[in-house]
Write a protein that binds this ligand. Structure first.
Ligand code: TXA
Ligand code: MG
Length: 332
């Protein structure tokens, strides 16, 4: 990158998850550099959310085609509360799920420190208090909101370990804080609380059933005005995409395809697959979510032209898994 404020070494170092690694990561972030760090969902590509120049570096490093709004990460619910205006449902959801894999889109507080670029000029702000201990320690040390999309190049599969981050972004970011594998494996659930009924903008690590238990009803569907409104079926924006074509709900595997399996029942012909991985032989959606993005990267590396995915039920985290796979399968 040719921008003077950035500190990007030729090779991106991995920082150990200890006091000195955390101190270095925090100092880099406070200085405006980009640092990838683990959350319980996926690795985030962090930048000081109060500094538009730092936030702009995120879009450059990811090669994002447009400035979509980013999630601001805070170390605890009190510091998140200072950035937004929480109505009753937002407060109940925050109380129930923070720290954790939930992002709340709320009206921005008049005194919010999250800059306009991180909010894509919207009057709302997306806030998240992650549960990962390294993320919380880092956010406390930075002592400012940290904007962080998933730490992959735009349109690629989200990273669930430091090596995935380096595959996509080595040489483009100042460092990656290595916290090992991320336990949840799919991104946070995004819920908009902007007056009126809360709307589910993106399924993720908190299930619909868990939201329902707190709200007393199902979250509403997104509206046309929502920044992250999913397009209709067949029009899903291509996202989370491996190089291979992705074929969903495959009940038979063609010879030479790579197979992504789930549960004990295998599609016909899977023995002739050029590579096969089972997300969860026991049919457990949580285990499958944790393995999803790593498995897509691994099967992609087999060189197969197509990854055929066995049917995965949409209960629990299955909804988020199916959402990500549908985006991976969408026309590019
Ligand atoms: O688990 C996660 O959420 C990860 C980790 C790193 O925290 N982050 C992540 O960020 O997935 P990203 O940028 O890939 O997704 C952010 C989502 C997008 O779908 C974006 O449109 C939505 O949040 N979003 C952010 N601000 C919004 C706003 N003001 N209104 C509506 N949607 C918003
Ligand atoms: Mg992403």
């Amino acid at each position: 990158m040719n921008d003077p404020g950035s500190t990007v070494p030729a090779a991106t170092p991995r920082l150990d998850p200890d006091a000195s690694g955390l101190a270095e990561a925090a100092a880099l972030l406070r200085g405006g550099a980009l640092v990838a760090f683990p959350t319980e969902t996926v690795y985030g590509l962090g930048a000081d959310a109060t500094d538009p120049a730092a936030v702009a570096r995120i879009f450059a490093a990811k090669e994002r085609p447009r400035f979509n709004p980013l999630i601001a990460h805070l170390p605890d619910p009190d510091s998140a509360a200072a950035e937004g205006v929480f109505d009753g449902p937002a407060r109940r959801l925050a109380d129930a799920f923070w720290p954790g894999p939930l992002t709340l889109v709320v009206p921005a507080h008049s005194g919010t420190r999250v800059c306009d670029l991180a909010r894509a000029g919207l009057p709302s702000v997306a806030l998240r208090v992650p549960a990962h201990p390294l993320a919380r320690a880092l956010l406390s040390a930075v002592d400012r909101p940290v904007a962080a999309p998933s730490a992959n190049r735009s349109g690629r599969v989200s990273p669930t370990r430091a090596a995935h981050v380096l595959d996509d972004l080595a040489g483009r970011i100042a460092a990656v804080l290595d916290g090992g594998d991320t336990p949840v494996g799919v991104e946070s659930t995004v819920v908009a609380c902007l007056g009126g009924p809360p709307r589910l903008l993106r399924p993720g690590g908190i299930t619909r059933a868990a939201l329902r238990a707190v709200l007393g009803h199902d979250p509403a569907r997104p509206e046309a005005a929502d920044a992250d409104r999913p397009a209709g079926p067949g029009m899903l924006a291509s996202h989370y995409a491996p190089r291979a074509r992705v074929r969903l709900d495959a009940t038979r595997i063609a010879p030479g395809e790579a197979a992504l399996l789930f549960g004990a029942h295998h599609p016909e012909g899977y023995a002739l697959a050029c590579a096969a991985l089972n997300l969860s032989p026991a049919g457990d959606a949580e285990e499958a979510a944790a393995r999803l993005f790593g498995a897509l990267r691994e099967l992609d590396a087999s060189g197969a032209a197509t990854i055929a995915v066995a049917p995965i039920p949409s209960e629990g985290l299955g909804e988020a898994i199916r959402d990500r796979l549908a985006r991976a399968a969408a026309p590019r």
